[in-house]
Design a protein around this ligand. Sequence first.
Ligand code: ARG
Length: 461
Amino acid sequence: NTGALWGGRFADGPSAELAALSKSTHFDWQLAPYDIAGSRAHARALNAAGYLTEDELERMLAGLDRLADAHATGELQPDDSDEDVHGALERLLIADVGPELGGKLRAGRSRNDQIATLGRMHMLDHARRIGHLVIDLVDALSQQANEHPGAIMPGRTHLQHAQPVLLAHHLLAHAWPLVRDLERLRDWSTRASVSPYGAGALAGSSLGLDPTAIALELGFARPADNSIDATAGRDVVAEFAFVLAQIGIDVSRLAEEVILWNTKEFGFVRLHDAFSTGSSIMPQKKNPDIAELARGKSGRLLGNLTGLLATFKGLPLAYNRDLQEDKEPVFDSVEQLEVLLPAFTGMVAALTFDTERMAELAPQGFSLATDVAEWLVRQGVPFRDAHEVSGALVRHCEERGIELDDPTDDEYRAVSEHLTPEVRSVLTIEGSVASRSGAGGTAPDRVAEQLTSLTQRVREL
Ligand code: ARG
C-alpha cells in the first residue's frame, strides 16, 4: 500500500478491483495546479501556527514550486498506482523534499475540504473563461444587428408569420438571454467565492490554522461558515452546471433558427465556407454542422446537470464518496462550451443575410392584419370591431389570392365603411415596424437604443 494516503489500520492493501473503481486520477489530475496552490497556502498556515519552521516552509514552498513547474511543462505525471490527484502530489512532493518534511503537509486538512476547494477554484477560473466566450458571441450578434439597421424579416409565433420585425430586433432577442447568463455567472461567482479549506474531513481543524488566510491566498472572498456544509454541500456545483446548461440552451435556440434560415425554403442566410461542412457523397451539400452540434451539445449539458442533481439528491451529511461523481460532468460541460462557443461565434459573425428575401416574405401571410386593426382603433373604432373588420379583409383577400394592399377603394368600403383608402398608409412593412415605437418595440429608433443599452449592460458586468 505504498504511496496511499491511508492504510495504517489495514492489514491488507486494496484489491485491484477496488483500486480500479476508486481511482479518480485520470480526471482529477487536471486539478493539480489548484492542489499545489492550496498546498502552498496550507504550508503558510502551518508555519503561522508553529508547525513548520521558516526553513521548513521555504524548502516546502520550493518543492511545491518545482512540482508546479514540472506540471506546467507536462513533465509531472501521476503513476498508475496513484488513487487521486492529492495522493499523487503528496507522493511526488515527498520524492522531492523527503519524507520528514513532505509528511508534515497533510496536518489539519483532508481530501474532503481540499477537493471541495479545488473544484470551486476550477469552476471559478472556467466561469471567467466562458464569460469571455459568451461576451464574444453577444458582440457578434450586436455587430450583425448594427450592420443591418433597416432589414425587416417576418416575425413569427407558432412558427407562422405573425408581424414584421427588424432583423436587428430579432438578433438582439438572442443576445439578451446571453447577457442574463453573464449576469448569472457573475452572481454565481459571488456565492462560489467561499473557501472550504480548513473544514477538514467535516468538523474543522484542531490545529489553529487560519482558514481566512488560506481563502484569501487562493483568491476566495472568505472561508466557509460551516465545516459540514463546506465539505458536503454541492449546490454550488449544480448551480454552475445549470448556468452552463442554460448557456447551451440559449445557444441551441439560435442554432435551430440558423438551421431553418439556411434551408432552401427559408433562404434567409448563407453560411461562410469556413463555418460549414460538406457531404462525403453529395457534392452540392453545405451543412450547418456547427449549429447542429450546438443543438446536440445543449442536450449533453442538460444531461450533466440532471445527472449531478440525481447524485446529490438524498445524500446524508457530511462527505460521501458519491461526491467524487461531481467532477466529470462539470469538466465535460466546461470543455464542451469552451470548444463550441468559439466556433458558434465564428459562424454567427460570418453569416450573410439575404435581406431582400426576408423583406419579400415579411408582409406575406397577412402579417399586417394587426396594423389594419390598430389603424382602425386610431380612427376611433373599438378593438373588438376593428379585429372583426381586419379579419374580414383577410378573408376577402385570401379568397381572391391577393394581399392586403391590393383591393380597390370600393372593395375596402364593401368590407367595412371604416376601411377608407388611408388604411394603405400602414400597409407597408416599414410603416408597420416604425409604428411599434413603444418601449422595447421593433421600431428602428427603439432598436438602436436597445443596442446601446445592451452594450452598456455588458460593459457593466
Ligand atoms: N476523490 C474524492 C472526491 O473527488 C476526494 C477524496 C475524498 N475521499 C475520501 N475517501 N474521503 O470527492
